[in-house]
Design a protein around this ligand. Sequence first.
Ligand SMILES: *[C@@H]1O[C@H](CO)[C@@H](O)[C@H](O)[C@H]1NC(C)=O
Ligand SMILES: *[C@@H]1O[C@H](CO)[C@@H](O)[C@H](O)[C@H]1NC(C)=O
Ligand SMILES: *[C@@H]1O[C@H](CO)[C@@H](O)[C@H](O)[C@H]1NC(C)=O
Length: 150
Amino acid sequence: MQLQKKSMWLLLSMVVFTCAREPSSPICSRYDYEERLLERVLRNELALETTLNDILKTNAKVVDALKQLEDGKDKVRSTLEVMEKKRIEMESRLADFITNASQVMNSTLAASVDTLVETSSEIKENASVTVQHLVNEVRVLKGKCAKRML
Ligand SMILES: *[C@@H]1O[C@H](CO)[C@@H](O)[C@H](O)[C@H]1NC(C)=O
Ligand SMILES: *[C@@H]1O[C@H](CO)[C@@H](O)[C@H](O)[C@H]1NC(C)=O
Ligand SMILES: *[C@@H]1O[C@H](CO)[C@@H](O)[C@H](O)[C@H]1NC(C)=O
């Protein structure tokens, strides 16, 4: 196409050159119509080529943009996967922590209850010991009073 266009331009230049030198030459009127036709064809071809180039450039841009979009999508997907993994990890860690904490609280509570039960039984024992002492003291006092009355 390039070579063909060049030879057409060359032919056109030759005709224009000849007519510039000899406007009355019969070749001018004979080629006048062809010249204009040729010019139009060449202009159309040039415009077509420019349009084609623009289309190719636009297409390349679109392809590039699509690729970037695809890359972005992949990045978002992998980021989401990482976030999901982290979420699961955190959830399981939280569950472990809650289990651990509740176990610790449970055993602490059980120990407290045990201590409380021990203490209360000790208090009961101490109280009964005290009551026993009181009973003994009262008995001694009663004995003393009885001796004095005699
Ligand atoms: C659970 O408790 C134990 C000690 O009782 C501790 O060593 C462990 O790190 C705890 N685990 C978590 C997930 O808190
Ligand atoms: C708490 O401890 C008691 C025994 O001390 C046990 O029977 C119970 O299952 C425990 N509960 C939890 C939630 O660990
Ligand atoms: C019970 O009595 C003993 C000695 O008599 C004493 O050491 C202990 O602290 C008492 N316990 C309570 C709970 O009062």
